[in-house]
Design a protein around this ligand. Structure first.
Ligand SMILES: Nc1ncnc2c1ncn2[C@@H]1O[C@H](COP(=O)(O)OP(=O)(O)OP(=O)(O)O)[C@@H](O)[C@H]1O
Ligand SMILES: [Mg+2]
Length: 280
């Protein structure tokens, strides 16, 4: 894992005959505002962060501070007014098929089976897989998230948690380098959410993606992420970065250790500062 300060200090390095950076996602001095009929809405202000390849970053911050805007910039759905968003050192100027996304509402297509919903990206993103290989890939993922046997069902026949599992499969079926999750577990009850955290660990053990998760749940961020970034109130900038490196599989029990309690207390304090409810 790499935080921004050390990434900037270390800079690019020479490997395999080319200049490389360790980080996959780089957001450098990004400032952005929405132009509306009633004027300009500043959303991000000189925001700088980076995510090293293969790591899991959680972004937390007050509601409306600009988290979803950040995901849209990384996915290339929008270009920032100022600053640079890059993936592997290459500036992002348009949507990329190497980015997979999942949201709070899974938006699965009711007229397709669960298997066909998961297969959708492979029908859109160019690939050399035969129909049989695509189905095998989708079935492997469905099995990994515990949906084996539900592949022929329609979305309405599944529970909310099951639909979100299918949505995660759909987001990574085409093996994206970057997985962006915008509050994917926000609408689920606490027990289902914890099940899904475990599912995320299983997916991460089997698949090689760099993940950026937006969440309001501090426990979720500490359980899942290698680094937790707290954004300030709008216009958002990086207020605090918590290093929380993953050392092997995690269990939910670890959330009840003194170390986890300390991390959660720090994050809770930082969120209160970001909300303007407490001084830094
Ligand atoms: N398309 C848009 N046009 C104008 N303003 C927008 C647009 N999208 C978002 N905003 C404004 O930008 C700000 C940031 O929105 P954004 O959705 O990025 O926040 P967020 O941190 O994801 O919030 P939440 O935690 O509630 O999901 C908000 O004040 C919102 O009203
Ligand atoms: Mg949002």
């Amino acid at each position: 894992m790499l935080n921004t300060a050390s990434a900037l200090a270390r800079g690019p390095f020479f490997a395999s005959g080319a200049w490389m950076t360790e980080s996959l996602i780089d957001i450098a001095h990004v400032t952005h505002a929405y132009q509306t009929e009633t004027g300009s809405v500043p959303v991000l202000n000189d925001l700088t962060l980076s995510c090293a390849e293969g790591t899991f970053t959680a972004v937390v911050g007050p509601s409306g501070c600009g988290k979803s805007t950040l995901t849209r910039l990384i996915a290339g759905l929008m270009i920032p007014d100022e600053g640079v968003v890059s993936l592997h050192g290459e500036r992002v100027t348009s949507p990329r098929s190497t980015v997979g996304m999942a949201f709070q509402n899974p938006v699965l297509l009711e007229w397709r089976t669960i298997l066909d919903n998961v297969l959708l990206p492979l029908e859109i993103v160019p690939n050399a897989l035969s129909r049989k290989d695509r189905e095998a890939r989708a079935m492997d993922l469905l099995k990994l998230v515990g949906l084996e046997g539900f592949e022929s069902k329609r979305p309405s026949e599944l529970s909310g948690g099951m639909r979100q599992r299918a949505s995660l499969c759909r987001a990574i079926v085409h093996r994206p380098e970057v997985l962006i999750l915008d509050e994917p577990f926000g609408a689920l009850d606490a027990f289902t959410r914890e099940d899904l955290w475990q599912t995320m660990h299983n997916l991460r053990a089997e698949e090689s993606f760099t993940c950026l998760l937006i969440t309001h749940d501090l426990r979720e961020s500490v359980f899942l992420a290698d680094q937790v970034i707290v954004l300030s109130g709008r216009p958002a900038t990086v207020q605090y970065t918590l290093d929380n490196p993953m050392s092997g599989p995690r269990s939910l029990d670890e959330l009840y250790t003194p170390e986890a309690a300390e991390k959660l207390a720090i994050l809770r304090h930082e969120i209160q500062v970001a909300q303007g409810r407490e001084v830094a």
